[in-house]
Ligand binder design. Structure first.
Ligand SMILES: Cc1cc2nc3c(=O)[nH]c(=O)nc-3n(C[C@H](O)[C@H](O)[C@H](O)COP(=O)(O)O)c2cc1C
Ligand code: SF4
Length: 458
């Protein structure tokens, strides 16, 4: 049984206001900034982050050290901490923003110093009204104490950090959409390449976009040292502590901190107290709504990015959505698809037209008006969208949930079409086992049920 951690989630002393800088300082806060700015060179810091093996916590699991190393050799450079957190099922950034604002600010100062950045932004989801005010206050306190502004801690290093509230659009979390929004434009994502932010970002300058949890983890790495950090979790897969947010049909929804070796089963049944009413598990989305669903047979997987990737899913944001046997997978997918249809920014045709089209098809299946050809049509539309869009949105929340929920719960969708009503079949009859279909999602291509004829034909 994996042991819970209390590194990022270490409780504050009773009655402490998380934004109170004096309490934070009394607990050793801003020690990592002092250590970095006073005793480490920029090159040493970058090496420390490389050595820690940290992968970004924004969803893609991209190596933070590698991203920093890709920063083009031009100045000025900018930092954007991504606090747009809008992925359904994800709420770990909100917890950190509420409970550890100074740890995030520390990480931003260290990152900026390491990369020679003098101006940074924290882009916060528009609906987080209270957090926006709290973060403004925390930045003002950090400035008052000499951790921001000119000549920080008498080192000659200058840095300003500002809060930039979003306006509530999911696409502003995509790093180039975020940059467009910061520039005051409509947040249409940019094509990558050439617009990898580390090369051509904010106002055309090299820009590091990192998730806010990644920022908080930078503080942890400098505090504990890269060696100790990478001893947590798996060096081959994902190092450091991870925050997992469990929601849906578990008895104790919430944020749990473990290393990446913890299995989905342990998170659901041990950490989150199992499934409501003693019901059986039907499906679990392991990393925010974009992450391909896993069936009950697939939950003994460790939660590392690589381990989940091998199952055709992904670690994503660590937002885990648990669905029990009473769930209609048709309804669940319609729900996910309605979100995607609403949030498509509309810039490119396959996503703008295809995602709402799939939503229409799913709605008619749910309403008992599904047509014989609808399931193949859905997979065909998935194929037309996948890889044909400006940004990953088209495939991440657009295609992957449709492709994987549809393929794995094929019998349930068929039952709804055949019986012309919403049907929730008994658990055993609702989903396919991995050996019953071809093409592991989310690999593009047509799905085909395995039949004796197909097997005979090779
Ligand atoms: C549609 C879409 C929405 C995204 N939303 C967020 C978000 O809310 N927060 C976030 O940190 N990353 C989000 N990302 C990922 C960012 O583009 C980027 O990879 C991330 O901020 C990098 O941080 P990291 O390297 O620390 O993981 C989103 C990506 C896509 C395609
Ligand atoms: S894929 Fe969708 S969200 Fe991304 S740019 Fe195209 S229309 Fe916008």
């Amino acid at each position: 049984m994996a042991a819970p951690l209390e590194i990022l989630t270490a409780p504050l002393p009773a009655e402490t206001d998380p934004g109170d800088i004096d309490a934070y300082l009394a607990g050793g806060g801003y020690g990592a900034v002092r250590k970095a700015l006073k005793s480490m060179s920029q090159a040493e810091l970058i090496e420390e982050i490389n050595a820690s093996g940290i992968k970004g916590r924004g969803g893609a699991g991209f190596s933070t050290g590698m991203k920093w190393n890709l920063c083009a050799d031009r100045f000025p450079r900018y930092l954007c901490a991504n606090a747009d957190e809008s992925e359904p099922g994800s709420f770990k950034d909100r917890l950190l923003l509420e409970s550890k604002p100074h740890q995030i600010i520390e990480g931003m100062i260290i990152t900026s110093y390491a990369l020679g950045i003098n101006l940074g932004y924290i882009y916060i989801r528009g609906e987080f009204f209270q957090i926006i005010d709290q973060m403004e206050a925390a930045l003002a306190d950090a400035r008052k104490h000499g951790f921001l502004g000119a000549d920080i801690l008498d080192t000659g290093y200058d840095l300003e950090l500002y809060v930039h509230p979003g306006a509530g659009a999911y696409i502003c979390g995509e790093e180039t959409g975020l940059i467009e929004s910061l520039e005051g434009n409509r947040p249409y994502p940019r094509l990558k390449p050439p617009y990898f932010p580390a090369a051509i970002g904010l106002w055309g300058q090299p820009t590091i976009v990192n998730n806010v949890e990644t920022m908080a983890q930078i503080t942890t790495i400098v505090d504990m040292g890269a060696e100790a950090y990478k001893a947590i979790g798996s060096e081959e897969d994902t190092t450091g502590p991870r925050l997992f947010g469990l929601c849906g049909h578990v008895n104790k929804p919430g944020i749990y901190e473990y290393d990446s070796e913890v299995t989905l089963r342990e998170l659901i049944y041990d950490a989150a107290g199992g499934i409501r009413d003693g019901n059986r598990l039907k499906g679990v989305i392991p990393g925010g709504i974009s992450a391909p669903i896993l069936t009950p047979e697939e939950i003994d997987t460790p939660m590392g990015f690589g381990a989940l990737g091998k199952l055709g899913s992904m670690g994503g944001t660590g937002g885990i959505i648990v669905m029990d046997e009473t769930t209609s997978m048709v309804d669940a997918l319609l729900n996910a698809s309605s979100f995607a249809a609403h949030e498509s920014c509309g810039q490119c045709t396959p996503c703008r037209e295809g995602v709402p089209w799939m939503n229409d098809i799913l709605r008619r299946i749910r309403n008992g008006q599904g047509r014989e050809e609808d399931l193949d049509l859905l997979l065909d539309v998935c194929k037309q969208i996948h890889g044909h869009t400006v940004c990953v949105f088209g495939q991440a929340p657009g295609v992957w949930p449709v492709r994987t929920i549809l393929v794995k719960y094929w019998p349930e969708f068929r039952a709804c079409i055949e019986r012309k009503e919403l049907v929730v079949p008994p658990l055993e009859e609702s989903y396919l086992r991995p050996d019953q279909y071809e093409h592991i999602p989310p690999v593009p291509g047509n799905f085909r049920l395995k039949t004796e004829e197909a097997d005979a034909a090779g």
